[in-house]
Design a protein around this ligand. Structure first.
Ligand code: WTA
Length: 656
């Protein structure tokens, strides 16, 4: 985040209380109601969650123990039996929701579909039976590599129904990135589509899967199931590959949901960290169901008549919790959109809002900034009067973007929920409850009831109001990740050992710096580790560096983020070359392409700078802090005494 941003946030004093009409009808109606819930949950978190689990979800069998906490490993609702697909589908069939729209889908070329709860239940059950026929059993992992089409949600729910953990890989990831994830998750089946519509082009998906599986490079994968979406020519390998529509033929729609243990794995979702390869974040069934359900209900204040739209992709956690599981568990109508903001269609989001009368709208600051740039005339030319609540997620929102969202999109009448959370947390952790908490532009405000968030120093001591520190959580919550897939030790090291209180207590820390103001409002400043946030997507500097170094011309690479008006951050890579290679315009382009083919388009470096040497400490660590200054065009600040060779810095400056 740029210094200018931080300064404007520090001076932000505006307060926007929710309108009385909004609060009257909201689930949580006042600051006092919020405080009561918060205090009750804080006094006895287990009792608080148990009461909600009982009230809000269907269980096949009740749990014996609410929380079994062997730090840092938590089990919630021990011995409880539950199925999230049952909670998202079956239980709505005996209510007025049976023929309500579950998913309203808007395709990129303008096609659309509305699927009721009864229809979705049927499709999911059929596909679950199709998976079973292929030999997919409880406990087998299924990879999902799909465009934003309803079949992606059907696939996830079908896996959940039979107890096969899913691992969704964002459709924009390359074959290499897909292969790594499939291998780590040991996926038995991959569900994909021939292709997808992304912005103004057709992207290949099945050919990427073929590439990922080439030469038996992902040996666990036995079958590939393919949805026909774009109708482009693709190869189908006989005996391995099946069309989705063929599999759905003549399959029974009777597939009772498997009673799952509350702690059975629901999904593994890969995310970037500061070191090493992406981590498989493991979420389990019962706790995740409860946490995604409650946060959706209270934060988006879902009412029967709402048309709720989250613009994320199902490849990310936001899509899991707030397009699929949270809304459907609540019996809401959830909109799914295949398109994305772009110059060639600057009104695309607002067309969807108008077409379906969207009432609750949840997007990312990077999208908001892109729309600001495209001009107010586009939203102004559409009828956005149906909107009653707005949300943002993914990165800190600058107050100017917040104000634009409030005025131009929300018509000054919609509360804005700025929701802070992470793949690891399963659901939103810090956020206003829209009918209860007055908002301040740029602040995620207060913790969700049951979340004991704090700002501390490295020893775990709380810092003073308005002093920066590390954002931690002091007590387990139902939606927390349970482990890193296949690597419990990495789980402990990554999240529980950075902050070390003297009393030996475990604090959860996943890398963000923040401060709390005199009203107890949280202001998240961004990552304090080597994780980049490009358009709200997490990328580890290491991942991009490894991709660069895998090119034969590259000797060493160091990657940093540079502030960018729309994307939040842009990647700048400093690269040294293997002897004999010369930096050139051509090589620059080639390296960018190489990173895209190794990771995906989201990782394309904005800038590559060739250099003779990288600034390192005497112990050989690259001093990224200095490179960050250089990338941003600033003077190098802070201590440079640990630098092994100061002349490297002078050279880098002159090369820039
Ligand atoms: C950042 C996305 C400030 C933060 C749900 C976090 C935010 C990372 C906010 C997680 C917000 C997310 N304000 N920063 N409202 N929301 N972040 O795992 O740095 O893709 O650690 O989960 O995004 O990204 P992830």
């Amino acid at each position: 985040m740029s210094t200018a941003n931080i300064e404007s946030i520090l001076q932000e004093k505006r307060l926007f209380p929710p309108a009385a009409e909004f609060s009257q009808n909201a689930h949580i109606k006042s600051a006092e109601d919020y405080q009561r819930l918060y205090d009750k949950a804080k006094a006895n978190p287990e009792a608080f969650w148990a009461e909600l689990a009982e009230q809000e979800l269907d269980w096949f069998q009740k749990w014996d123990t609410v929380l079994d906490w062997q730090p840092p490993f938590a089990k919630w609702f021990v011995n409880g039996k539950i199925n999230i697909s049952h909670n998202c589908l079956d239980r709505h069939l005996t209510t007025a929701n049976k023929n309500k729209a579950a998913i309203i889908w808007e395709g990129e070329p303008g096609d659309s579909r509305t699927i009721t709860y009864a229809q979705l239940h049927r499709e999911v059950s059929q596909f679950a039976n199709a998976l079973k026929q292929l030999g997919v059993k409880k406990g087998d992992t299924v990879g999902i590599y799909m465009p934003m089409i309803p079949e992606a949600a059907v696939a996830m729910l079908a896996c959940a129904r039979i107890g096969a953990p899913h691992s969704v890989v964002f459709g924009g990831f390359s074959a290499e990135a897909l292969r790594d994830r499939l291998n780590d998750a040991k996926a038995k089946v991959v569900i994909t589509a021939d292709g997808g519509f992304r912005k103004d082009s057709i992207v290949a998906l099945k050919p990427q899967v073929d590439k990922a599986l080439e030469n038996n490079a992902a040996p666990s994968v036995e079958n590939v199931l393919v949805v026909q979406r774009t109708k482009q020519d693709i190869e189908m390998q006989s005996g391995r590959d099946y069309w989705w529509h063929d599999l759905q033929k003549d399959v029974s729609a009777d597939c009772p949901a498997e009673p799952m243990d509350a702690e059975d794995v629901l999904f593994v979702l890969y995310t970037s960290g500061s070191t090493g390869k992406p981590k498989g974040v493991v979420h389990t069934t019962g706790g995740y169901n409860l946490y995604s359900h409650m946060t959706t209900k209270w934060i988006f204040d879902l009412q029967d008549t709402d048309v709720y739209w989250c613009t994320a992709d199902v490849g990310w956690i936001t899509g899991h919790s707030y397009i699929v599981y949270g809304p459907l568990s609540n019996g809401a109508t959830t909109v799914m959109y295949e398109g994305a903001p772009r110059k060639s269609n600057p009104g695309c989001f607002w067309d969807v809002v108008e077409k379906y009368g969207v009432t609750v709208f949840y997007t990312a600051p990077t999208a908001i900034r892109a729309f600001i740039k495209m001009g107010d005339e586009h939203p102004k030319a559409r009828d956005l009067s149906s909107l009653r609540l707005l949300g943002t997620v993914g990165e800190p929102i600058n107050p100017e973007a917040w104000m634009w969202y409030h005025q131009v999109i929300g018509g000054e009448k919609c509360p804005i929920v700025d929701t802070w959370w992470q793949t690891e947390t399963g659901g939103v952790m810090i956020t206003p409850l829209p009918g209860a908490i007055p908002t301040k532009p740029g602040s995620a405000t207060r913790p969700f009831p049951g979340i004991l968030a704090d700002i501390v120093d490295l020893d775990g001591n709380p810092v003073k109001d308005n002093e920066g520190g590390y954002l931690v959580v002091r007590h387990p919550w139902p939606g927390m990740m349970r482990t890193v897939y296949g690597d419990p030790d990495r789980f402990r090291r990554t999240y529980w050992e950075h902050i070390a209180p003297k009393d030996g207590k475990y604090l959860y820390f996943a890398g963000d710096g923040a401060r709390k103001d005199e009203d107890g409002y949280f202001w998240v400043m961004g990552r304090v580790d080597d994780v980049l946030n490009i358009s709200g997507h997490r990328l580890g500097t290491m991942e991009v560096e490894s991709a660069l170094v895998s090119h034969p011309a590259v000797a060493e690479a160091a990657v940093v983020g540079k502030p960018d008006e729309v994307k939040g951050e842009e990647i700048v890579a400093f690269v040294t070359l293997e002897g004999g290679n010369q930096g050139s315009e051509e090589l620059n382009k080639e390296l960018k392409k190489h990173v895209v083919s190794e990771i995906g388009a989201i990782a394309r470096p904005g800038e590559i700078r060739f250099t003779d040497a990288l600034p390192k400490t005497r112990s050989g660590k690259i001093m990224r802090r200095l490179l960050r200054n250089l990338a941003a065009g600033q003077e190098v600040s802070g201590d440079t005494s640990t630098l092994e060779d100061i002349s490297v810095l002078d050279k880098l400056r002159t090369e820039a």
